[in-house]
Ligand binder design. Structure first.
Ligand code: NAP
Length: 250
């Protein structure tokens, strides 16, 4: 039997990342469940995976901090000696605001976690996966947002821009490493039922938005996770540089 693949999911403790971690473990991956503050939630995801016969471990790192990122990848090196897949899912948003009300600290946080964090984690993955560095190839999936297309005026143009940058990075890097055994793709979730809405002070947002959503409902984290699992899988062996909208049409 082929050795089980190693997957790191950033922000795997809750929401979309936790769904990715659970479904990936069911599909046979050994899963690194990254978190930044909610150790109990990450431990809960690991326990659920283990209860189903899967393998996972929780790993704390702030993807907004390069030192933490380096330590996280070194911990995976020590544990498994390789990495086959990375899902850049960790992300933050902030309160509804116009640009003229936004502080520099807010802008830096959004860009540092969502954009720079994604790029630095990917750099570490490429250093391990690329055939140019003696690696065996691998797959990267970046979790973007429909905000990148919609722009999110009067809501959070900073967040939208941070995800737009992730999309451009996905396209460019996919071409840069296409001949080195690495596929790079993205997903753009629409409004999904997770804690992220409460984190910006609007926990009921998914319900409040149903009337403007084409399917008249928000999405479930598993519906995004299934798209991520497809992009990770060999079924997507000729898919790279693609970004799949998982948004119920908007
Ligand atoms: P969520 O429920 O708020 O969960 C966020 C996850 O990211 C948690 O596991 C959290 O860890 C982790 N995280 C936050 N900051 C981090 C950092 N600096 N370093 C490492 N981990 C960090 O979010 P979600 O809704 O599942 O969102 C996941 C991704 O989907 C994000 O990139 C988000 O932008 C994107 N997205 C979500 C929606 C939506 O409607 N939900 C729509 C479009 C795109 P802790 O548990 O330790 O806090």
């Amino acid at each position: 039997m082929a050795e089980r693949k190693i997957l790191l999911v950033t922000g795997g403790s809750r929401g979309i990342g936790a769904s990715v971690a659970r479904l990936a473990a069911k599909a046979g991956y050994r899963v690194g469940v990254n978190f930044v503050s909610d150790a109990e939630a990450a431990a809960g995801v690991v326990r659920e995976i283990e209860a189903e016969g899967g393998e996972a471990f929780a790993i704390r790192a702030d993807v907004g901090d390069e030192k933490d990122i380096l330590a996280m990848f070194e911990a995976i090196d020590e544990r498994y000696g390789r990495l086959d897949a990375l899902v850049n899912n960790a992300g933050v948003v902030d309160r509804k605001s116009r640009l003229d009300e936004m502080s520099a600290a807010r802008l830096r946080r959004i860009m540092t976690v969502n954009t720079v964090g994604t790029i630095l984690c990917t750099r570490e993955a490429v250093r391990r996966m690329s055939t140019r560095h003696g690696g065996k190839g691998g797959v990267i999936v970046n979790v973007s947002s429909m905000a990148a297309e919609l722009g999110s005026p009067s809501l959070y143009v900073d967040y939208a821009a941070s995800k737009g940058a992730v999309d451009t990075f996905t396209h460019g890097l996919a071409l840069e490493v296409a001949a080195e055994g690495i596929r790079v793709n993205g997903v753009r979730p629409g409004i999904i039922e997770t804690d992220i809405h409460a984190s910006r002070g609007e926990p009921d947002w998914p319900r409040e938005m149903t009337s403007v959503l084409p399917m008249q409902r928000a999405g479930h984290p598993d519906e995004v996770a299934r798209a991520v699992l497809y992009l990770l899988s060999d079924d997507a062996s000729y898919v790279t540089g693609s970004i799949l909208n998982v948004s119920g049409g908007r």
